[in-house]
Write a protein that binds this ligand. Structure first.
Ligand SMILES: Nc1ncnc2c1ncn2[C@@H]1O[C@H](COP(=O)(O)OP(=O)(O)OP(=O)(O)O)[C@@H](O)[C@H]1O
Ligand SMILES: [Mg+2]
Length: 496
C-alpha cells in the first residue's frame, strides 16, 4: 500500500515530497522500488547530505555541500533525475535563501518529471512552506514487510535450516505479530537476537521478541504496554456498556476491517472509582488485543520531545501494533493543561492532530479514553465521528453493587453464598466500585490478623467504615451527572 502511495506521488504534479521517517535506509529502498515501478526510463539517482554534498553513484559533485547550491545544481539537470535530500529540517531555521530556493524549485520542477524527496525524522516545517511540499508520514513496516524481514534473518542465521523446519505457520504469525511496531532495523535486530544460538523456534523465541518490543515502545516515553496477565478484570454491572462491547466482539476480525466496520473507540466519563479504567483494560482482555496506554501528561510536558512529534509517534506506533486498544486515561489532563498554557501553539495542534486522526482513522486501533473532569472537554471531542459512543458511569446501583461485591469476594476466596448479599448490597449505597473493593480487602485483612474467617459482621463493618467519595463530593458528582445526562449513554441499565 505504501508503495502504491509513493508511486502516485511520483506520477503527481508536486515535485517536492517530504517523507517523515526515522528509517532512512528503508525509505530509500521504498523510493527506489517506487521509481522502478513508475518510470520506464531509469532516472539518475542523486543523494544529498550535509557531509557529502550532492552525490551520484557514490561520487561527489563539487561545491554542493551548501543546500542552496546543491538544489541549484539539481535544477540544472535536464535528463530524468531524482534527488534524495536528508535532514532538511536542520537547515531551515534562519536560512531565507533556502526557503526561497525551495519555493522556486517547487515551481520550476513542476514543469518536468524530476522530483526531490526530503527524508527527515521530524516534520517541523515553517507554516509558509507547508503548501510547497506533499508531506507523507511513512508508516512503520506492516505484516508482509516484517514477514519478509524474518525470512531474510532466518536465511542469515547459522542454523537457518533447522530454524526454518521448526517454524510452524502459527509460530511464524506470532513472531511477525510480535515484531509489529518495530522499524525494519529494529525488527531485524530483535529476530536476530531471539534466534541467536537457537536451533528451533519456540514460544520462548516469541516471548523474547515481545519483551524487546515492550522495552522499545516504552522508550518512546509516552506509551506503555499494559500486561494482560495482571488480572481478569471482571466487571460488575454496567450492562449497557458490556452489551455494546459484546455486539462488537467480531470488530477486529480481518473481515470487519475489510468492511470498514472497525470501531473507532469509546469515551468513558464519570465518577471516580466507578470502573472507567477497569473497563478499558477489560475491553482489551475480552478482545484479546494488546493494550497500550498513552500518557497525555507526558505528551504535554515535553520530556518526550515536542508534543506534536510525540503524539504523532505514539499514533504511528499504535497503528503499527494494530489491532490493539489504545488507552488514553484522563484525556482531559492534557486539555486542561493546554488551557492553562493558553498559548494555542503546539498544544492546540496536538488536540487537533488527535481529533483528525480519530476522524480519519482506518487502522484497527480502538481508542478507549476516560475522563473525570468532563466540563473541560471541548465540544469537538464529543462530536459524532470521533468516538463511536460516549458512556457515562455513575455510582453503582444496588444490583451492580451486589455483583461488584461478589467479584471482589471471590477474588479473595471469600464465598458469597455464605453471606446475605442483598443486605450487603443495600447497605453499601453511595459507595463506588473501588470503595467496595477496599471494604472487602479491609475485611480480609482484619479477619486474617484475628485468624478467623471473614464473617458478614466483619465485612458489613468494614464497608460501613468507609467514608464514601459520594458524600465528600456530592455536589461535584451531581454536577457531572447533570452534564452527562444529555450528552452520554448510561453505562448501566437504569433499572436492574
Ligand atoms: N463495576 C466494577 N466491577 C468490578 N470492580 C470494580 C468496578 N468498578 C470499580 N471496581 C474496582 O475499583 C477499582 C478502581 O476502578 P477504576 O480504576 O477503574 O476507577 P476509575 O473510574 O478509573 O477511577 P478514577 O477516575 O479515579 O481513575 C478497579 O480496579 C476495580 O477493582
Ligand atoms: Mg481511572
Amino acid at each position: 500500500m505504501i508503495l502504491s502511495k509513493m508511486q502516485s506521488l511520483l506520477s503527481g504534479r508536486t515535485s517536492l515530497i517530504y517523507l517523515v521517517s526515522e528509517e532512512e535506509e528503508r525509505v530509500e529502498r521504498l523510493i527506489l522500488a517506487a521509481v522502478d515501478k513508475t518510470f520506464s526510463e531509469k532516472p539518475k539517482f542523486f543523494r544529498w547530505s550535509c557531509l557529502h554534498g550532492l552525490t551520484l553513484a557514490g561520487k561527489a559533485v563539487d561545491n554542493t555541500r551548501d543546500p542552496v547550491a546543491a538544489m541549484s545544481g539539481f535544477l540544472r539537470i535536464k535528463e530524468p533525475a531524482v534527488l534524495i535530500f536528508k535532514d532538511l529540517h536542520l537547515f531551515l531555521n534562519g536560512n531565507p535563501q533556502l526557503m526561497r530556493q525551495l519555493k522556486d524549485s517547487a515551481r520550476i520542477l513542476r514543469a518536468g518529471k524530476n522530483k526531490i524527496f526530503f527524508v527527515s525524522p521530524r516534520r517541523n516545517l515553517p507554516d509558509e512552506l507547508l503548501s510547497v511540499f506533499k508531506i507523507m508520514d511513512i508508516p512503520l513496516p506492516r505484516y508482509e514487510e516484517i514477514s519478509s524481514i524474518l525470512d531474510r534473518c532466518i536465511a542469515e542465521t547459522a542454523n537457518g535450516d533447522s530454524v526454518r523446519e521448526s517454524l510452524t505457520l502459527d509460530l511464524k504469525e506470532k513472531l511477525v505479530r510480535a515484531a509489529l511496531g518495530f522499524t525494519g532495523t529494529e525488527a531485524m535486530d530483535a529476530f536476530h537476537n531471539a534466534l541467536l544460538n537457537t536451533k528451533r523456534v519456540t514460544g520462548q523465541t516469541v516471548e523474547a521478541v515481545l519483551e524487546e518490543k515492550q522495552a522499545l515502545v516504552e522508550q518512546s516515553g509516552v506509551l506503555e504496554f499494559v500486561s494482560q496477565r495482571a488480572g481478569s478484570w471482571e466487571i460488575g454491572g454496567l450492562v449497557n456498556l458490556k452489551k455494546w462491547l459484546k455486539e462488537r466482539g467480531r470488530a477486529f476480525s480481518p473481515q470487519a476491517a475489510r468492511e470498514g466496520l472497525t470501531p473507532k473507540g469509546i469515551l468513558v466519563m464519570g465518577v471516580s472509582g466507578c470502573g472507567k479504567s477497569l473497563c478499558i483494560k477489560a475491553i482489551a482482555n475480552y478482545w484479546k488485543l494488546p493494550l497500550l496506554r498513552l500518557d497525555m501528561g507526558r505528551i504535554y510536558d515535553g520530556l518526550a520531545g515536542p508534543p506534536e512529534e510525540a503524539m504523532r509517534k505514539a499514533i504511528k506506533t499504535s497503528e503499527a501494533l494494530a489491532p490493539c486498544v489504545l488507552w488514553i486515561d484522563e484525556i482531559e489532563a492534557g486539555i486542561a493543561n493546554q488551557k492553562q498554557k493558553a498559548g494555542g501553539g503546539a498544544e492546540a495542534r496536538v488536540l487537533a492532530l488527535f481529533l483528525t486522526w480519530m476522524q480519519e482513522k482506518t487502522a484497527a486501533v480502538f481508542v478507549g479514553a476516560t475522563a473525570n473532569e468532563v466540563e473541560v472537554l471541548p465540544p469537538e471531542i464529543l462530536r459524532k465521528g470521533r468516538f463511536d459512543e460516549l458512556f457515562y458511569m455513575g455510582l453503582p446501583l444496588k444490583e451492580e453493587r451486589k455483583q461488584i461485591l461478589t467479584i471482589h469476594m471471590r477474588k479473595r476466596r471469600v464465598d458469597p453464598s455464605k453471606f446475605d448479599m442483598d443486605y450487603l448490597a443495600a447497605s453499601t449505597e453511595g459507595l463506588n466500585g473501588a470503595e467496595i473493593e477496599q471494604g472487602v480487602i479491609s475485611a480480609v485483612y482484619e479477619s486474617s490478623s484475628n485468624k478467623t474467617e471473614v464473617t458478614e459482621h466483619i465485612l458489613a463493618n468494614a464497608l460501613r467504615n468507609i467514608v464514601p467519595l459520594s458524600r465528600t463530593m456530592r455536589e461535584r458528582i451531581e454536577k457531572i451527572e447533570a452534564w452527562a445526562r444529555d450528552r452520554a449513554m448510561k453505562a448501566s441499565l437504569e433499572t436492574i
